[in-house]
Design a protein around this ligand. Structure first.
Ligand SMILES: [Zn+2]
Length: 95
């Protein structure tokens, strides 16, 4: 998962709006990425999400979140397909 995506998810993560799947992805990334850990620690409480609310630009926020969710879902689905293909290939090799 790219650092940009992890940083984009900061708002929904801190607001407790992230799905369990997203939370796990973020936690896993933070464990291994010093840069994002610092970002999550140092970003003030008035984050991007709050700014969107202040501007009343809910449509843009919803669009961004939807795009990220779609990307994450696609990434996970792709991983699953690759793993499945590998497992089938392994099974066929053994026959
Ligand atoms: Zn990172």
């Amino acid at each position: 998962m790219s650092c940009d995506i992890i940083k984009d998810l900061y708002g929904i993560y801190k607001d407790g709006c992230a799905s369990n799947e997203s939370k796990e992805i973020i936690k896993h990334h933070l464990k291994h990425c010093e840069d994002c850990r610092r970002f999550y620690r140092d970003v003030p409480s008035k984050n991007k999400m709050t700014n969107y609310h202040l501007n009343g630009d809910y449509a843009l926020l919803a669009k961004r979140i939807k795009r990220r969710r779609t990307f994450i879902t696609a990434a996970i689905a792709s991983g699953f397909v690759i793993l499945s293909a590998w497992a089938i290939a392994e099974t066929l090799d053994k026959k």
